[in-house]
Design a protein around this ligand. Sequence first.
Ligand code: AMP
Ligand code: ZN
Length: 469
Amino acid sequence: MELRFYNSMTRQLEPFTALEPGKVGMYTCGPTVYNFAHIGNFRAYLFEDFLKRTLEFAGYEVKQVMNLTDVDDKTIRGSQAAGKPLKEYTKPYIEAFFADLKVLNVEPAAVYPAATDHIAEMQKLIAALFEKGIAYKSEDGSVYFSVERFPGYGKLAHLDRSALRSGVRIAADEYEKEGVGDFALWKGWDEKDGDVVWDAPWGRGRPGWHLECSAMSMKYLGESFDLHTGGIDNLFPHHENEIAQAEAVTGKPFVHTWMHCAHLRVNGQKMSKSLGNFFTLRDLLEKGYTGREIRYVLLNAQYRQPLNFTFEALAAARTALARIDGCVEALQARVKSGAADNGERVPSHLEAFGAALADDLNAPEAFAALFTLVREANGALNGTLSAAGAQAVLDELARMDKVLGFIFFGAAKAEAEIPAEIAALAEARAQARAAKNWAESDRLRDELAAKGWSVRDSKAGQELKPLAK
Ligand code: AMP
Ligand code: ZN
């Protein structure tokens, strides 16, 4: 299976080759943990999950590293406003992030390094950049990277080097507004930072934001590695600066393939904290949508195409998933029926599915292969499909689900695990609610709780979950 990906560095679709056969090192810019991530952020993390699962589907062993930015302007200001030490302030947001990834069925990365645990690695890079004459110290005690002194600067963003404003300094973290100039590697301590400070040979302070990703990616993946990903807004200056910091020190190519996903939008604008047009995952769960539905919606577009977020898309996901669940249940019933093998098989769509993935992660085409399989399986189930024939389809769905991660997720799986007695009580409760018999419905809720099950009412009906022991 030959994969072709669009490399942001060469601006071309390229056959993907791993530096070491069979293995892929992949670095993903992770969240700034000063708040809950919004579903725009999760579009990026789900694209990366889809990419990683596709590589695994193609037989690669993937080592993914995702950083946690737990020191920058936003985390420091947040901790001060909350009157808490930085680590104490970021901890619940880190936990919330991991919980959200689980809700969306994202496969965990191999390592989640936090910036504050890698100050020594970052300082080593700065020391090396001083040695090379590329870093310099400014009057306010900060350390800057001179873009003029590194000839490779601008190669990812394809900058015209005549546009570089050498000596124009861009303060730490304030990257988006100011454009191309020298960027901060180290921010000299100032009062606003309070007790967030580390000693360094060039003076007390804290690292600039870009530095952590160069330091931590090379620590866990080596000086040259295969894949680096993020949202398109990361391309410049963050990723450009990462390349500069790494390559100026090592003299080796930092990353082979750069991949960036387009934004999740709302009414044509990027979903972002600053515009206030965002939903966190929690907002949507409270409205009764499920992680499975949100996963489906966020994956259902090619990653380089902007995706407009709508509630209609969530409703369509619910319908599509119900169709999949209906087919899976019917297939499982046919398997249980033990109907003798008559040799009949539903044609396989795994090859079309793989070809879609290999074509720069063409998710809509891959979804289409899945739905063709579902349609044909339903047709065969209406006819004479045997238990073995049904099992073969289930096996193929399981293969597809290794990448999609929403077929056997949630409802279908949970239902299979709900004992008949509990399901009967839940059904009686649903009927009581339909008859507006609230006393009976409450009594049944208590009875379910006594048997170890919680029940939640959502638009989709009741959701049953085992109570935590
Ligand atoms: P941040 O916490 O802003 O650094 O963003 C974390 C990740 O989410 C980065 O890879 C961003 O590029 C990505 N991101 C932020 N907003 C969006 C959006 N609306 N759509 C897709 N990705 C986004
Ligand atoms: Zn990064």
